[in-house]
Write a protein that binds this ligand. Sequence first.
Ligand code: URP
Ligand code: ZN
Ligand code: ZN
Ligand code: ZN
Length: 471
Amino acid sequence: MKKIIQNGTIVTAADTYSADILIENERIIAIGENLDAQGAEKIDAKGCYVFPGGIDPHTHLEMPFGGTVSKDDFETGTIAAAFGGTTTVIDFCLTNKGEPLQNAIDVWHKKSKDKAVIDYSFHLMISELNEDVLNQLPTIMDKEGITSFKVFMAYKNVFQADDETLFRTLVMAKEQGGLVMVHAENGDVIDYLVKEALEKGQTDPIYHALTRPPEVEGEATGRAAQLTGLSNSQLYVVHVSCAEAVYKIAEARNKGYEVWGETCPQYLMLDQSYLEKPDFEGAKYVWSPPLREKWNQDVLWNALKNGQLQTLGSDQCSFDFKGQKDLGKGDFSKIPNGGPMIEDRVSILFSEGVKKGRISLNQFVDITSTRIAKLFGLFPKKGTITVGADADIVIFDPNVERTISVKSHHMAVDYNAFEGMKVTGEPVSVLSRGEFVIRDKKFVGKPGTGNYLKRARYNQLLDSVDEKLTI
Ligand code: URP
Ligand code: ZN
Ligand code: ZN
Ligand code: ZN
């Protein structure tokens, strides 16, 4: 059945205007005034903004990590994402050295297939890059539509890859049309600092931050950027937390290197002092990279405003405080790294960014959706409101005031890192390919309705009417 969204204000990365949107067969088929709405279900968006659905480029759903598994899976995680105005997630598929890449991808397909309520895709972790892996990659890119590759420069003896692997991945990406993503922290130096702290009996959560200082993030970011310049390749730095890393990205971009940067809501809003909360509560705020001294937040906001950073990811990787985070009681290095962020990503940027005048409304759409679709080969099927695009749409009330709380969130964990924070603006209804997932703030979707998305290669458009790219 056709649907028509009426009386709203459409906002894209480029424009803000009043028009109606006609939807049929999962897609937007017309935008304008006085559209023929015969037989269409009418949806009133009066007083609301109409945004393209958010795209979260950075999630870890049901991921084995730190001796446990992240709590939100593809069902609870995507339901929470939808409540927050996100209609696509790109999750990180972990690989094991020596194992065929396809096996790892199949594990991720199995986790997600019957669970996701919105569309989803995968990035692929690269832990080694020998001839065998190199031979597998073109098929993976064609068959699975996986065109972004993640290299960890930290987590020694777990995920960390060496510089040779990073450099080979950059060269491969240049040749094949991939985007290389890095977790940029110097894992060897961190390993030394962590051992030294533990030997001195420094075991509290705050030492997580003190053993991963901004210099180790800045150094790794600069190294990855230089290797990108050397290989004439393209790089996306995930979860940028501090000024040191922003400056390295800006320096590389000034040289003309294709280096992109993502930050996360936690780095914009929370600071290192949270790790000092008593009764081990600091463990709730353990991310890698860690939360920084508060002054870094201004640098991150300015970087989003002036385009030195381009995207906002959630880095959703949630663990219960009781039963998971407490694995690190008495040893901060055993606290599972990560937090629940998938639901509040869009709202935080709207409330703290747009409402407080730090970024424009159109920048907000670019940072949470459009730019991500372009970088990761989903544009223009996803990431904008245009004729032919998937009808992934958020009807957003910009004036409602509410308080973020574990009592009302939809993530599966026992705390919210923004507990008690007042925000302005909230998604009212959310459509995924023309069907309501959230309707009048209630979940009406169904697990398994989310499609796996194959993505185009770097700098190539995903033709919105090219069916062969959809499985
Ligand atoms: O602390 C974090 N960021 N946990 C998730 C894994 C990662 O490094 O992105
Ligand atoms: Zn597949
Ligand atoms: Zn990371
Ligand atoms: Zn992450």
